[in-house]
Design a protein around this ligand. Structure first.
Ligand code: SF4
Ligand code: SF4
Length: 302
């Protein structure tokens, strides 16, 4: 399996647009598997009209729960909790029970033996879901993290595992991955075991800064990085700086893509299921150049 991950170090650079459209162009040469590793805001399933074919829960950590019927309201559990997650019920004078704030509970389990009435148990929480789906291009895996959960790196790993399984099941040996923003645990999980990082950046100081953080991360894993400069015409000085930095770092600058309203609208049109030909615009030329560059490195697929 050859895997390319589209990443940006930050959100809003057009990463999902490049993933979706280059995947669509690559699918003309052979099958590929898709994985959306942005488990906090998975947009690739929307852009490629994913139809979910299977879902499995993704388990989070354990949380303590008080059985209100068994609780006698003695309060013995409250001082045991270092995280101040236990308090008397707001309606204590009626219920005579204590309650646990699931957002504050760290799942240490210290309160369980502190209860003389065995009213506290540990329950496993549901932190999200892993989905498999069919899209207009090919099969996909993606995840959805429950708001407030912090296990996005582990969920990304689950998505990657599921995408690998899809590849084996369908005999497909290419994978397009839409990575998460940032350079934290989710990004590490998305980059691990890939063959190429396709960094999508823009000609701003923050774009350059976030790009270099991504490059530093990729180098820790010995991963080659290629760069697409999106919205390249928005700042001549910014674009020049990115060019110079890429040359100094020995990185491939695959394409410079000018801002293109038609290109920006393509994911929306794909999501609506419109039949259309890709426009002949400067922006689309840049995406085609990126797809052609990728075709040389990723092959035609089988
Ligand atoms: S499991 Fe630990 S963190 Fe959660 S309520 Fe009990 S003592 Fe507090
Ligand atoms: S120790 Fe047990 S009975 Fe006492 S307040 Fe806590 S949960 Fe209720």
């Amino acid at each position: 399996m050859r895997r390319v991950v589209f990443a940006s170090g930050k959100g809003g650079t057009g990463k999902t647009t490049f993933t979706a459209i280059t995947a669509r162009l690559a699918a003309e040469d052979g099958p590929l598997v898709l994985a959306d590793c942005d488990v906090e805001a998975a947009n690739l399933p929307i852009a490629l009209r994913a139809t979910v074919t299977g879902s499995e829960p993704f388990a989070g950590g354990s949380k303590a729960v008080i059985d209100a019927d068994a609780c006698r309201g003695c309060g013995a559990c409250q001082p045991v909790c270092r995280f101040e997650a236990i308090a008397a019920d707001e309606d204590f004078w009626r219920t005579r029970a204590f309650v646990i704030d699931p957002w504050a509970c760290e799942g240490c389990g210290a309160c369980v033996p502190a209860c003389p009435y065995d009213a506290i148990t540990m329950e496993q929480s549901r932190a999200g879901e892993v989905h498999t789906a069919e899209t207009v291009i090919g099969p996909m895996a993606f995840g959805q993290l429950v708001a407030g959960e912090d296990l996005s790196g582990k969920l990304v790993t689950e998505v990657r595992t599921r995408a690998d399984a899809i590849g084996v099941e369908h005999g497909i040996d290419r994978m397009w991955i839409d990575g998460p923003p940032g350079v934290g645990c989710p990004a590490i999980a998305a980059l691990t075991g890939t063959d190429l990082v396709m960094a999508v950046t823009e000609p701003t100081l923050s774009g350059e800064h976030d790009l270099m953080r991504l490059v530093t991360l990729a180098r820790r894993f010995d991963l080659p990085v290629a760069v697409v400069l999106n919205k390249a015409d928005l700042s001549a000085s910014g674009a020049r700086r990115i060019r110079e930095r890429m040359a100094a770092e020995g990185l491939d600058l695959v394409a410079e893509v000018p801002f293109d309203a038609e290109l920006a609208a393509l994911p929306e049109r794909l999501a609506r299921g419109e039949e259309f030909a890709f426009p002949d615009t400067p922006g689309m030329d840049g995406v085609r150049a990126t797809a052609a560059w990728l075709a040389e490195r990723m092959g035609a697929g089988s």
